[in-house]
Design a protein around this ligand. Structure first.
Ligand code: BDR
Ligand code: CA
Length: 293
């Protein structure tokens, strides 16, 4: 399975990427970056640093520096000013492969047979919305989009109903919903269930594996940013986990739209496959295993 990862690393993005890079059946052909948790130059550098830790030289292309029609609004409180909670990562093995992330997505899709590439979206959907606008023929070749974002029945995390990735660029999310792509959405309803606590950090460290230890450090940093929490949600790792272990997720179809003012998901006319629950024990074990070699 070939994959393009579109991301704004980001503590939980980093864990998701390490898991995806570690998986022998997932060939990550390109990574594209977007402004989200932090600005574009930092997310781009971080994507390269995460690849360097995993000792793979995946081409990283910088994508959109700002959401469609508004200013970026980074999440410094949780992910820190370096986007990775101050955890030490090596420098990228290569400089960024380019500054046209959307063009790189299109090129990768055209270079592979139709319906053979999955797109994992771990941040705001700006790059995908731009791809739909600029290269619709390439977008049609995507096998499936798996995106972390939104809150269906759960409260939001940046507003009463709004989740960060959708609310950061609601116009992009709306464009993606309208497009009728084979989209699977993983909202907070599922991702808040998959949590890391202190015992999970310990289990990660005990594997002795580089990716698992880095993930433990990242989750430690996540704890440091949220005083008093007993566990932290692992949002973005749900994306590669769902790709590898669909049986662990409870899927429902929901008719949804995006409220462009608040970035909340509201009842609407686009029927979307939504992960509303996760087998927590199974997903925690699969993530631990995937990071442990
Ligand atoms: C999402 O927002 C970001 O802060 C995380 O990386 C995740 O993609 C969760 O709402
Ligand atoms: Ca993210």
């Amino acid at each position: 399975m070939s994959i393009i990862i579109d991301t704004d690393p980001g503590i939980d993005d980093a864990i998701a990427i390490l898991y995806a890079l570690n998986h022998p059946e997932q060939e990550v052909t390109a990574m594209t970056t977007v402004a989200g948790n932090i600005g574009l130059s930092v997310t781009t550098r971080n994507a390269g640093r995460i690849c360097a830790l995993a000792q793979v030289d995946v081409p990283v292309h910088a994508g959109a520096a700002a959401p469609l029609g508004k200013e970026a609004n980074p999440e410094l409180g949780i992910h820190g000013t370096d986007g990775l909670g101050g955890v030490v990562f090596p420098e990228p093995l290569s400089p960024p492969a380019g500054t046209d992330g959307v063009g790189a997505m299109a090129a990768a899709l055209m270079a592979h047979p139709p319906q053979s590439v999955d797109l994992f979206c771990l941040g705001p959907l700006t790059n995908l919305a731009l791809l739909l606008d600029r290269a619709p023929e390439a977008a049609k070749r995507i096998r499936r989009v798996i995106a972390m974002g939104g809150a269906v029945k759960e409260p939001g995390n940046v507003g009463p109903k709004a989740e960060f990735n959708i609310a950061h660029d609601p116009h992009a999310a709306a464009a993606v919903f309208v497009a009728g792509l084979p989209l699977t959405l993983i909202p907070l309803d599922a991702t808040r269930q998959l949590r890391a606590d202190r015992s999970y950090i310990k289990a990660l460290r005990e594997t002795g594996a580089v990716a698992a230890i880095a993930s433990a450090d990242l989750i430690d940093a996540y704890f440091a940013a949220t005083n008093g929490a007993e566990s932290r949600p692992l949002h973005d790792p749900c994306v590669p986990l769902l790709a590898q272990h669909p049986e662990l997720f409870r899927m429902e179809a929901h008719d949804l739209s995006v409220d462009l003012e608040t970035g909340a998901l509201v009842a609407g006319e686009h029927t979307i496959k939504v992960a509303m629950g996760v087998n927590v024990q199974g997903a925690r074990a699969a993530l631990l295993h995937g990071l442990s070699f």
